[in-house]
Design a protein around this ligand. Structure first.
Ligand SMILES: C[S@@+](CC[C@H](N)C(=O)[O-])C[C@H]1O[C@@H](n2cnc3c(N)ncnc32)[C@H](O)[C@@H]1O
Length: 237
């Protein structure tokens, strides 16, 4: 993580774009680490997420727009940095999104990717994170929302190799959790899983999803929870 942040600290940016920004979760890392910037624009299709993001960054050089990642309104070569965090697997039209990100990025500009991965040796507690994530994605899909499985590291590298960017730097990291069986963490998580199961019980045709939730809950009680591995990737146009 530090290696990645040290690279980010060297980037001098004017305009920065955070694609599929959600509640703007990735923006503090950009704000705190980019050498400088003039404005950061976060885009997302979800209006409610954007409202929450706006409240977090009032009185800041951070702006939000409701726009689809595959078809933004920005002119060619507008941004010095284009970032996407934990959202590649949310993109239904992934190639179109990557093409659009490339289009709005300036020559010599930086393309930053932060994405959770599902392979590489992960501890049983990290496997629980992956299982929870894939379960939540299956629930989203059942409700008609696109949400793919997370990618393997190799899949992400292959996706990026198809782009016309160079100088790929890949860093792998995971957030440290001292005790995966920390009582509070296990209690909060099992409560959250139970809440989801309760909602699923009122929906049709969810028996398998409910059973899967029960299995995950027992696994969390047995081996705990830890953040899965993620990759940070820096490319240059
Ligand atoms: C897991 S959230 C990512 C949040 C944040 N970037 C982070 O680092 O935690 C995924 C986001 O992708 C957004 N999204 C999905 N499809 C999109 C699209 N085509 N264009 C823009 N945003 C999209 C969703 O609305 C959601 O807010």
């Amino acid at each position: 993580m530090d290696k990645f942040l040290n690279k980010i600290k060297l980037i001098q940016a004017n305009n920065v774009l955070d694609v599929a920004t959600g509640r703007g979760e990735f923006i503090p890392l950009l704000k705190e680490n980019l050498r400088n910037y003039n404005k950061i624009i976060g885009i997302d299709t979800n209006k409610k997420m954007l409202e929450k993001a706006r409240k977090k960054f009032e009185n800041d050089s951070v702006f939000f727009k409701q726009l689809p990642a595959e078809n933004t309104e920005f002119s060619d070569d507008y941004f010095d940095v284009v970032a996407i965090s934990n959202s590649l697997h949310h993109m239904k039209k992934l190639q179109a999104v990557l093409d659009e990100m490339y289009r709005v990025l300036k020559p010599e500009g930086y393309f930053l990717i932060n994405e959770m991965i599902r392979d590489d040796e992960q501890t049983p507690a990290q496997e629980n994170h992956i299982a929870i994530h894939h379960w939540a994605a299956a629930i989203d899909r059942k409700r008609g929302r696109f949400h793919g499985k997370t990618f393997t590291r190799k899949q992400i590298e292959e996706i990026l190799n198809r782009s016309r960017l160079d100088n790929i730097d890949v860093y792998e990291y995971s957030h440290k959790i001292n005790n995966p069986l920390d009582e509070q963490i296990v209690r909060d998580l099992t409560r959250k899983i139970d809440q989801y199961i309760q909602i699923l019980e009122d929906e049709v045709d969810c028996k398998k999803l409910i059973e899967r939730g029960e299995v995950i809950k027992e696994n969390v009680k047995r081996v705990g929870f830890a953040s899965a591995k993620s990759v940070f990737i820096i490319e240059k146009k």
